[in-house]
Design a protein around this ligand. Structure first.
Ligand code: GDP
Length: 296
């Protein structure tokens, strides 16, 4: 699980402070140096680290921490709040259309877990009482359509396909009409992935976005790729505009740097995290819970 090492390192830095009683400014500086190293080792973006540590230090020195009878606790409280803010503050929920029919567009590079996440999301929505339908818009890889159909069967959700069409935006629009007509209330559009961001892919996604006007564009990124995931997120957001991030493979990521940097670097919140290969392994992302997990 993410943050294991970071959690150990931060806890050991604060343990030292706890043993000290009254703290000096030098003690705080030492602790902040350890916090900085721990965050860098966790692969958090270096600018994010710098800002984070400066903010925490300022808050520690500017508050009653030095005069407090429990200074270590106060510092932990400050770090906790800053970690929560760093990850986006409160839990960022999905936007549903007030009209009753919601379109969610899933985007991301190949191999990040996008198709699996479409299935997980359908499963999640069903559990929340929604009636989702899936739509396959990858016109380049027939195997991707097959994969979504398998996923759809596994989560008992119909999949709209149009194998002879070469126009993804039209496929998505037809799917939307069909879903509305048949009484579904959410359409999840799985789009094509690539190995890297390229102009043709972005043009295609912009076209789909303009045609179906999704209420939510979720970008799927792979936590295991660390800062690459964050850079990809930044690129997608600049070119397409996304509403939220799904951080997959958090179950296998012991560092956690991508999850800690994404909001600050892209301005967009992580809405869900993938915690495994199974279709029930999708969890809403709660910054408060994550911060508590990190600080133990
Ligand atoms: P796509 O190319 O982006 O559509 O990626 P896929 O949905 O085919 O997923 C690629 C691989 O990542 C598959 O083996 C998935 O089972 C795996 N995967 C997806 N999400 C997660 C996750 O949250 N945790 C783990 N451990 N594996 C995942």
């Amino acid at each position: 699980m993410a943050f294991e090492n970071l959690s150990d390192k931060l806890q050991s830095a604060f343990k030292k402070l706890k043993g000290k009683g009254v703290l000096t400014e030098a003690d705080i500086n030492d602790a902040m140096r350890e916090v900085k190293l721990a965050l860098l080792e966790a692969d958090v973006n270096f600018k994010v680290v710098k800002e984070f540590v400066n903010d925490v230090k300022e808050k520690c020195l500017g508050s009653e921490v030095l005069e407090s009878l429990t200074p270590a606790q106060q510092i932990i409280k400050i770090v906790n709040q800053e970690l929560v803010d760093l990850m986006g503050g409160t839990n960022s929920k999905l936007t549903y259309s007030p009209s009753g029919f919601t379109t969610i567009m899933m985007v991301g590079l190949q191999g990040t877990g996008k198709t699996t996440t479409c299935g997980k999301l359908a499963n999640y929505l069903k559990q929340s009482g929604k009636k989702p339908m899936l739509c396959a818009c990858d016109i380049y890889r027939p195997a991707a359509i097959d994969q979504l159909e398998v996923v759809g069967k596994s989560v008992n959700t119909p999949v709209f396909t149009k194998r002879d069409s070469r126009e993804p935006a039209k496929i998505a629009l037809e799917a939307k009409r069909e879903a509305e007509k048949k009484g579904f209330d959410v359409l999840i559009v799985d789009t094509a992935g690539r190995l890297q961001i390229d102009e043709a892919l972005m043009d295609e996604l912009v076209d789909i976005k303009g045609t179906v006007k999704p209420h939510e564009i979720l970008l799927v990124v792979d936590a295991l790729t660390g800062q690459d995931a964050v850079n990809v997120a930044k690129g997608f957001n600049e070119k397409l505009g996304v509403d939220g991030i799904v951080m997959t493979k958090m179950d296998g990521d012991s560092r956690g740097g991508a999850a800690l940097s994404a909001k600050k670097v892209t301005g967009k919140p992580i809405k869900f995290m993938g915690m495994g290969e199974k279709f029930d392994a999708l969890e809403p992302f709660h910054p408060e819970r994550m911060a508590s997990r990190i600080l133990g």
